[in-house]
Design a protein around this ligand. Structure first.
Ligand SMILES: Cc1ncc(C[n+]2csc(CCOP(=O)(O)OP(=O)(O)O)c2C)c(N)n1
Ligand SMILES: [Mg+2]
Length: 552
């Protein structure tokens, strides 16, 4: 066997069975070795950001890593933003990055660059350049082991061309994966005592605590002990819908998150970080936990969140308390003449199929999504963990490959979609059951909100022009058709609902371009910073009512 063939076998033996590729010359032996490994599915992506985002989406749903195949430092660099999203979501990914042959490196040829430096930003826990064919498979096993954690992380294995083509490759057996342990008895007891001592407690759930069984246990604790359940703002994967415990997500807007955290005496973290605002704003706080609120960590990302919650439930005597599930309910089909982002969200709630996977990168257009889907059939929600846009379409590719029997809905802002629009081609080629909805509001709408919020003065036409997508207006239906995805454009509620119904009924990928005005514009946009700025001075019920109206 050569190195590449042995590597391929090692990867599949370790459970890495999908590789999202964008190869070049230095990866040709790895590409050739694909045919020696029937268990390895290879999926060509036409931009590295699609490959890395697909690997992220795949692992979120499969619960195990895929590999990426990337071309030297430049290819890895192109894929960085979605590896960043994976890193922030603690999602396992194994990058295989081809490099020049070891003896070619000192010659500083055109594509020579410092790959390890590029990799370190997204895979701080594991970056290795394999030095010889004999060592390659051991390196690969360690990369898979590092990726799987716990917690999951991005691991990067750099594969010099001569290590890949060299003879004498020796496959390695699958690595042992450490089992996470539950929180220590004493820590659980201390938190149970604190909860029982009175005052108001919120439990902030993140990462592994957002899956069904952990959520059910958290809901038992909430029902029994009167604690409030919150989730992190951008979960990698959240189980929700009718029958799942209803938990409130922390808002993106810091002022609203502060409102949600106001009045709590203690915050218990379960695989979550104490909340900080997404950005700093002049005169606003960055750390959002109130000064009077004590923070306890029940379970760290290295630990078993579900088992830690079970221990806490036992300690509180809540293990048999009935959790309060979200009741089943669907909104009616949207009506009227004009299509809005809110009506699109309503139509989604109206039609969402059983066991759907919803990828939400709708940005401002998705503000009403959680309200309209709260009682829809059970689904998983994948969100923008690291804030680097261009994640949604690739995530949908990966999720559909991980779960071929589940319908995937990708809800994407027009601006966000253009970072990785090539994902549509992979959806068509692989015949994936993905329904993509693009909110065409011809704007980086959220940045208009941010422009108001940061307090920049004298906003002129040159500044505004950086935030709108007018000029040529993008035509996403045509873009999709050009990549082999059947598409429709909808500008009224009935047309949109009919197109969605059709897309969900017909196998294979579909795209619906929803022609919608920006959700926040005109007077609403100008008022928003003032409303946000005064939330902390308003009585709680009024502030909560306003939050529900703007971002339920
Ligand atoms: C990689 C990356 N580049 C740029 C940004 C800054 N950014 C955040 S949102 C956004 C525009 C989103 O526009 P769109 O998807 O159309 O959503 P809308 O705001 O219109 O709802 C941009 C450019 C980012 N978050 N990540
Ligand atoms: Mg937009």
């Amino acid at each position: 066997m050569n190195g590449a063939q042995a590597l391929m076998q090692t990867l599949v033996d370790a459970g890495v069975e999908v590789c999202f590729t964008n190869p070049g010359t230095s990866e040709m032996h790895f590409v050739a070795a694909l045919d020696s490994a029937p268990r390895m599915r290879a999926v060509l992506c036409l931009f590295e950001g699609v490959a890395t985002g697909a690997a992220d989406g795949y692992a979120r749903m499969a619960g195990k890593p895929a590999a990426t195949l990337l071309h030297l430092g430049c290819g890895l660099g192109n894929g960085l933003a979605n590896l960043h999203n994976a890193r922030k979501g603690k999602v396992p990914v194994v990058n295989i990055v081809g490099d020049h042959a070891t003896y070619h490196v000192p010659l500083d040829a055109q594509l020579q660059s410092d790959i390890e430096t590029v990799a370190r930003n997204v895979s701080p826990g594991f970056v290795r350049t394999s030095r010889s064919t004999a060592e390659l498979c051991r390196d690969a096993v360690e990369a898979v082991q590092a990726a799987k954690g716990p917690p999951g992380q991005v691991a990067t294995l750099i594969l010099p061309a001569d290590v890949s083509w060299g003879e004498g490759g020796a496959p390695e057996p699958a690595p042992a994966i450490a089992k996470p342990v539950a929180a220590a008895d004493a820590d659980v007891q201390a938190i149970a005592d604190a909860i029982r001592s009175g005052g108001r407690t919120a439990i902030l759930l993140g990462g592994g605590a957002l899956r069904d069984s952990a959520l059910q246990t958290a809901a038992r604790i909430a029902a029994h002990s009167g604690v409030k359940l919150l989730t992190e703002t951008f979960p990698a994967r959240l189980s929700r819908g009718a029958g799942a415990p209803a938990v409130e997500r922390l808002a993106y807007l810091a002022e609203m998150a502060s409102l949600q955290l106001r009045n709590f005496d203690r915050l218990v973290l379960v695989d979550a970080k104490a909340p900080v605002s997404f950005f700093a704003y002049p005169g606003k706080k960055s750390y959002l936990v109130p000064e009077t609120c004590a923070v306890h960590e029940l379970s760290s990302p290295e630990q078993d969140a579900a088992a830690s919650l079970r221990k806490l439930a036992m300690a509180l005597g809540a293990d048999n308390a009935p959790p309060a599930p979200a009741p089943a309910s669907r909104p009616p089909a949207p009506r009227g003449k004009k299509l809005t982002a809110e009506k699109v969200c309503k139509a989604i709630g109206h039609l969402l199929p059983e066991e759907a996977i919803v990828v939400d990168e709708a940005i401002t257009s998705g503000l009403m999504l959680s309200k309209y889907t709260a009682g829809a059939p059970r689904h998983d929600l994948l969100t923008l963990t690291g804030g680097a846009i261009g994640q949604g379409l690739p995530n949908a590719v990966g999720a559909a490959i991980a779960c071929p029997d589940r319908p995937v809905l990708a809800l994407i802002g027009d601006g966000s979609s253009m970072y990785t629009i090539q994902a549509l081609w992979t959806m068509a080629r692989e015949k994936l059951n993905v329904t993509t909805i693009i909110f065409n509001n011809a704007s980086y709408s959220v940045l208009n909100v941010e422009l108001e919020r940061v307090g920049a003065d004298k906003i002129g036409p040159k500044a505004r022009a950086q935030l709108d997508l007018k000029g040529p207006t993008l035509n996403f239906a045509q873009l999709a058709e050009g990549m082999g995805v059947p598409a429709a454009r909808a500008s009224d509620p009935q047309g949109f609902t009919a197109a969605l119904e059709r897309a969900l009924r017909t196998p294979g990928p579909h795209l619906i371009e929803a022609m919608t005005p920006p959700t926040l514009s005109g007077l609403r946009l100008r008022l928003l910073p003032h409303i946000l700025g005064s939330l902390d001075k308003m009585p709680q019920p009024l502030a909560q009512m306003l939050k529900r109206k703007i971002a339920p």
